[in-house]
Design a protein around this ligand. Structure first.
Ligand code: FES
Length: 87
């Protein structure tokens, strides 16, 4: 599981391995823009403030991936146990 903290609302959520970050946020009533939900459109891009994302999308460039500053929350997860997102 990944612990996700939302910097703007102060909310902390647990994302189990069988759910996406997007699914957990949506279930918690957090409004997030999303479209394809398969990592191809770029709509759900979120800035990462802490932690290391594990990218599973096909949108980001190699350098964006390495910077770890943003991620697609519909498919991407985390290498760290904790992520702080700009939401
Ligand atoms: Fe399309 Fe996440 S909703 S990349």
């Amino acid at each position: 599981p990944i612990e996700v903290e939302l910097a703007q609302s102060g909310m902390t959520l647990t994302v189990p391995s069988d759910k996406s970050i997007l699914e957990v946020l949506t279930e918690a009533g957090v409004e997030v823009d999303a479209s394809c939900e398969e990592g191809t459109c770029g709509t759900c891009e979120v800035m990462v403030l802490e932690g290391t994302p594990e990218h599973h999308d096909v949108v980001l460039t190699e350098s964006e991936r390495e910077s770890g500053e943003c991620m697609m929350i519909c498919v991407s997860r985390a290498k760290s146990k904790f992520l702080k997102l700009d939401l």
